[in-house]
Structure formats: structure tokens, C-alpha cells
Ligand binder design. Structure first.
Ligand code: ADP
Length: 657
């Protein structure tokens, strides 16, 4: 953190450290030893507000003012500027190989150079972004011109500049051979930067393809737009698109205006739905819209006022970014600060650059170089951030794997315990059932022998109840162990239901309950698991009779349809409260109320019913209101069966398969 702090402080103060030159003379003297002369304060300047003056008119003017600065810097203006200075060449060797260059002046649309010789001859050359060079010997985005300075003869030089962007730079005269060697370095850096840009973009896009993090993806988009804009600012497009003026114009001016878009889209993605972010999110959306329009504008219209508006917008977006970054890092999502850091590093020098174009701070060559440097720093920082992300990810994975392993061990243990419990239950139920059946059969014998003995029927009833309960427990254990499977067998299902209902008639009579049974078919052959369906119906019916008082009603309705049966068991009994309804299918659950406690039961019946229905691949539902009654609905799938006579039976009107 401390290193980052020092780096930021250095970036903030660097522009102020660059000192101003001390040259005062107005005539430029070139010597043999001259390699590179800054004209700076040796020239005088004329502002042409009409931007229409010709050289002849300018030569008449006497209101040129001396330059007070080594570099020139104008904000967004529709004026053209004329520079005038005098060059006297004292070199015997070099007369023809001089260059006149406007260092760093990549934002100029039009540049005109006039060399006025003592004999009255005038040589005119043109350059600038909108009049790209034909001479490719220079390969430099800043305007460079060849010049001949005859020995000891003063040549008056006029330079005219005009642009819809802000204009800044340094007027210089170079020895061509010296310049050539310098040029190699410039060319090297241009290619280096282009190469880095292409590699970096490819790398980011490939990573974004595999990292499913929207924050990262928008970050990639944002930095991509940063690079595109930086290339435009560096004038790189003019080197390649010289033959496509419309495209060049658009790339050069439009791409820079995508900067706010990239930044706003990314910031928008960082701000989640919290109310604090709402106004900022709307502002970001607005910025996106304006930015997009701005990117398309150069295709139609372009002037200094539009240029200035977008320069201010870019600066405003930077300010918004800092406000948003602080907010997002303090109240936003956790990983956000990692992403904010590299972009912040980029934006600081970009902001200096922007302030220079708006003339808020003085332009220095360093300000021009900083954005490139910043992007390189961003690459390094982003790599570190990615490294951190990967490390965190690996740590999380290891932690999850460990947790999973522990969980598995626990699950295995539980399963083992469960199996042990089931085995115990099964064995116990078996052991209890055998002696019980040995009690029940002699009991019925005894009942026959002593029909008048009043204790015997009671003994038999309770023994049967005990046997029923043991059987249910045994079924539950089998279900749990997964041993209970559906075993469908062909049979007449209508007859089956009829017999089952009949067996409850005696109970209904005894309890004085109105019992009715309806069914839509009198004969229906299907394949079904007789034992399990019987258990389901018996359990539901027993409950219905158990919880229905005298004089009330119990109804069974069976609807046999094509490949399914639906039956309902309803009663007008005590009902189940809404609070208890969700739990009645739980094992050993009994509604705990004064009324219910007076009934017998163990809370196993409905749990068994539900599990049996599941084994039969059916569904069960319940409707109940307290004091009014309860209805259970069961739906079971069936497969068609062949009647013993060989005929396939299905309900009337439905084709049999
Ligand atoms: P139990 O052996 O106690 O009857 P069940 O699992 O069959 O156990 O039923 C669970 C609880 O659901 C019962 O205790 C009872 O309170 C409630 N219940 C089940 N069927 C009915 C019904 N038809 N009417 C009212 N309450 C019922």
C-alpha cells in the first residue's frame, strides 16, 4: 500500500516538476553541431479568429505577439494560430537536410508550413490529422516537414495550425540524420505499444471467456475501450488509415468518446441494487447514452464546442468514477476493490492529460507519455489481481473439498447407523410377530369353544391391533431399507375395491356411521399391487372411522380411468387444523389435542400410506377443515392387464392397448 501511495504522489507532482526554458532571442541560429532546437519563445504568435487568413494577409500583419512559453497550448477553439520565426543556418555542411517538427502535436487537424526565402520564394507544405502525410519516411503521428535552409541566409518560417481538438506541442527544428536515429526509438515504442495492446486484448478476452464473473468481463470491456481511446490519442490510427479518411476521422475522434461509456458500464456493473447507488446508476446510464452518441457524432458533425463538451464529460466521468469507487469499495461487494485498483492507476494520468487539453493545467511532454505508461502499469497490476483471484479460488476449492469429505464421512456414518436401526426394527418386529400369531390362532379357537366368555373378544381385538401395528412397523423398516417394491398382478380392481369397502360395513353399522361407496366401473381389469393398495385404503378408512363421531358420514369414491385410478376417502369428522395439516404424514406424528388424545394410534399409519403411495409412483393429497371433515385423495398409475379369458379389459370407450 505504501508503495502505491508514493507512486500516486509522484504521478500527481511530476507535471509541476518540469521547469520552463530561458531562451530570449528571436532569431534561430543553426550550427554544424545543431541536432535539435526548440523554437519555443523565439517565435511570435498571431491568433486568427476567422481561421480564414492567407499567408499574404498574415505577412502584412504587425500584431504578432511574442511567445511567452516554450510550448504552445490552446484549448478547444475555432481560431487558427500562426507562428512566425526566423532561421539562419550557419552550418557549411548541412543545408538541405533539416526537419521542422511539431513535437507531441498529434491533435492538429490542419498544419501549413511556409518557408519564405530572402529571394522572395515561398515553399508551402501541408500536414495534420485530416491531411495525412504522403511521405511515409517519418512514420510519426506528430507533423514533421522537410526544410532547406541555405547557409547564412535568414529564412522566415510561418506555421499555421487549426483543429477541432485542443492544440498543444513544441515547435522544433532537427538535423535530419539525428532525427532518423531518434525516430527508430519512436517507431519501436509505437510498435511495442500496439503489440502490447493486441496481446493484452486477446489475453483478456480469452480470460473473460472462461471466468464467469460479470465484474471481470465488464472490466475487460472497459480496459479495451481505454486502449482504443489511447491509440486514438497517440495518433496511431492516422499512421494506418491514411487512405480511408472517413474511417480515420471516426476512429480518431469517435473512439476517444467511448471512454466514458466503458467506465460507466463497468461502474454500473459494480453497483448492485442498493438504494445508495440508485442516483449514481442513473447518472452512469446517462453518461453511457451521451458517450455513445458522441462516438457516432464525428460521422456527421464536428467542431470545437462538441470536442470541448466531450472533454469535460470525460473529466466528469473520472470524477464520478472516484466517487463511485469509494462508495462501491466501502459498501459494495467484497472483491470489488481488487478491480478498482488497476483502473484507478490508469485514470490518474488520464485525468492529467484531460486537464491539459482543457488548459486547466500546463501541458508538458510528460503528460503526453503518462497514459501509455499507466496502461502498462495497469497490465502488471491486473496480472497481480488475477493471481490473487486464482489463489483465492484455489483456497476456496480446497476448503470446499475438505468440507465435502467431512460431510461424506458423516453421511456414511449416518447411513450405517440407519441400516443398523432398520435391521434392529425388522428383527424385533419379526420376533414379536411370531409369538403373537401363536397367541391369536389359539384365541380364535378358544372363542369358538367358549362363545359366552366376554373377555375373549376383547383379547382378540387387542391382539389383532398389536399385530397390525407390528406389521406396519415391519413395512416401514422394509420401506426404509428399500426392500418394498411394487409387485403388480392382474386382477379386477373394481371387485377389489368393492370387497374392501364391504369389509368396513360392519364397523360402520357398529359405530352408527353412514358409510357410502361409489365407483364408476363395475369391472376393471388392471395390473396393480393388491397388498399395498389395500394397506393404503385400509389405513385411510380406519382413520376416517376413528375420527368421525356417531351419526356422521364416511365416503369412498373410486374413479377408474385409462391407466390410472383415483380414489378419495372423505369424512365429516373432527377434521385437522391448518397448523397440523403439514405434519400428519410425518412418522409418529399425532395431532396433540384433547379430542385426539381420546383416540388410539401410534402416528405410523399416514407415514406408511405416503411411502407406499410413493413406491406405487402415485400421489396423495389432503383437504381438511377443523370440525367439518377431511378428504384424502390418492392417484395411482396403472398398467392395462389381460383378463384370464385373454381379453384386454379397459373402461368403456377407451381403447385398450
Ligand atoms: P394414528 O395411528 O395416530 O392414526 P396416522 O399417521 O394415521 O396416525 O395419523 C396421524 C394423525 O393425523 C392422527 O393422529 C390424526 O390426528 C390425524 N388424522 C389422520 N386422519 C384423520 C382424519 N380422517 N380425520 C381427522 N384427523 C385425522
Amino acid at each position: 500500500m505504501r508503495i502505491i501511495f508514493y507512486a500516486l504522489t509522484l504521478l500527481l507532482f511530476l507535471p509541476a516538476l518540469v521547469s520552463k526554458g530561458q531562451v530570449t532571442s528571436h532569431a534561430v541560429l543553426l550550427q554544424d553541431t545543431t541536432r535539435f532546437v526548440s523554437i519555443g519563445r523565439r517565435m511570435s504568435i498571431l491568433e486568427d479568429k476567422t481561421a480564414r487568413l492567407t499567408l499574404a494577409q498574415v505577412r502584412q500583419r504587425t500584431d504578432f505577439v511574442p511567445s511567452y512559453s516554450e510550448k504552445f497550448q490552446y484549448g478547444y477553439t475555432s481560431s487558427a494560430y500562426w507562428f512566425r520565426f526566423e532561421v539562419t543556418n550557419h552550418s557549411q555542411e548541412n543545408q538541405k537536410h533539416w526537419l521542422l517538427g511539431l513535437l507531441d502535436a498529434i491533435s492538429l487537424d490542419y498544419v501549413d508550413l511556409y518557408l519564405v526565402y530572402p529571394n522572395g520564394q515561398v515553399i508551402h507544405q501541408q500536414g495534420g490529422g485530416k491531411r495525412p502525410y504522403v511521405d511515409w519516411g517519418f512514420f510519426d503521428p506528430a507533423p514533421f516537414f522537410r526544410a532547406t535552409f541555405p547557409t547564412s541566409q535568414p529564412v522566415t518560417v510561418f506555421v499555421r495550425i487549426e483543429s477541432s481538438l485542443s492544440m498543444y506541442g513544441n515547435v522544433t527544428v532537427w538535423d535530419e540524420y539525428y532525427n532518423l536515429s531518434k525516430r527508430q526509438v519512436v517507431i519501436f515504442f509505437i510498435w511495442l505499444f500496439l503489440g502490447l495492446f493486441i496481446l493484452r486484448s486477446l489475453h483478456s478476452f480469452v480470460l473473460a471467456r472462461f471466468i464467469p464473473d460479470p465484474q471481470f468481463r465488464f472490466y475487460v470491456l472497459c480496459t479495451f475501450l481505454f486502449y482504443i481511446a489511447t491509440l486514438a490519442r497517440a495518433g496511431v490510427y492516422s499512421l494506418f488509415l491514411v487512405n480511408y479518411p472517413i474511417l480515420l476521422n471516426w476512429m480518431q475522434y469517435g473512439m476517444v468518446r467511448l471512454l466514458p461509456l466503458g467506465l460507466a458500464v463497468w461502474m454500473y456493473s459494480l453497483m448492485d441494487g442498493q438504494p445508495v447507488f440508485k442516483p449514481l446508476r442513473w447518472t452512469m446510464l446517462l453518461v453511457m447514452g451521451i458517450s455513445l452518441v458522441g462516438a457516432l457524432l464525428p460521422l456527421f458533425v464536428e467542431n470545437a464546442a462538441i470536442g470541448e463538451f466531450y472533454a469535460i464529460l470525460i473529466l466528469a466521468t473520472y470524477a464520478l468514477f472516484f466517487i463511485g469507487a469509494v462508495l462501491v469499495c466501502t459498501i459494495g461487494r467484497k472483491p470489488t476493490p481488487y478491480f478498482v485498483l488497476p483502473i484507478t492507476l490508469c485514470i490518474i494520468p488520464f485525468a492529467f492529460y484531460q486537464m491539459a487539453t482543457l488548459r486547466i493545467i500546463t501541458y508538458t511532454p510528460l503528460i503526453n507519455q503518462l497514459p501509455m505508461l499507466a496502461l502498462i502499469i495497469e497490465m502488471v497490476v491486473m496480472s497481480l489481481v488475477l493471481g490473487r483471484i486464482v489463489l483465492t479460488y484455489i483456497r476456496e476449492r480446497i476448503a470446499t473439498a475438505n468440507a465435502l469429505m467431512l460431510e461424506k464421512v458423516e453421511v456414511d456414518k449416518l447411513q450405517e447407523l440407519g441400516a443398523l436401526k432398520t435391521r434392529f426394527f425388522t428383527n424385533l418386529s419379526h420376533e414379536l410377530r411370531t409369538p403373537l400369531t401363536l397367541i391369536i390362532s389359539p384365541l380364535s379357537e378358544l372363542k369358538k369353544r367358549f362363545p359366552d366368555e366376554p373377555m375373549l373378544p376383547m383379547m382378540e381385538r387387542n391382539s389383532n391391533r398389536l399385530l397390525g401395528l407390528i406389521n406396519q412397523l415391519l413395512d416401514m423398516s422394509k420401506l426404509e431399507a428399500g426392500q418394498l417394491k411394487a409387485q403388480p398382478e392382474p386382477g379386477d380392481m373394481a371387485a377389489f375395491f368393492r370387497t374392501l369397502a364391504d369389509s368396513f360395513q360392519a364397523l360402520a353399522d357398529r359405530r352408527r356411521i353412514h358409510f357410502s361407496f361409489t365407483q364408476n366401473e363395475s369391472e376393471y381389469w388392471a395390473s396393480f399391487d393388491r397388498d399395498k393398495v389395500e394397506k393404503v385404503v385400509t389405513n385411510l378408512l380406519s382413520n376416517a372411522f376413528k375420527f368421525t363421531p356417531q351419526g356422521h358420514e364416511v365416503r369412498v369414491d373410486v374413479q377408474l380411468a385409462f391407466r390410472s385410478v383415483q380414489f378419495s376417502v372423505s369424512d365429516t369428522g373432527i377434521g385437522i387444523s391448518t397448523a397440523n395439516l403439514p405434519y400428519i404424514f410425518d412418522r409418529f406424528y399425532q395431532v396433540d389435542s384433547q379430542v385426539n388424545r381420546s383416540y388410539e394410534g401410534a402416528g405410523v399409519g399416514l407415514a406408511l400410506v405416503r411411502e407406499l403411495v410413493e413406491v406405487l409412483q402415485g400421489t396423495i393429497s389432503v383437504d381438511s377443515s377443523e370440525g367439518k371433515g377431511t378428504t384424502f385423495r390418492v392417484r395411482l398409475p396403472l398398467s392395462a392387464a389381460v383378463q384370464s379369458a385373454g381379453k384386454i379389459m379397459a373402461p368403456a370407450g377407451i381403447p385398450a392397448t
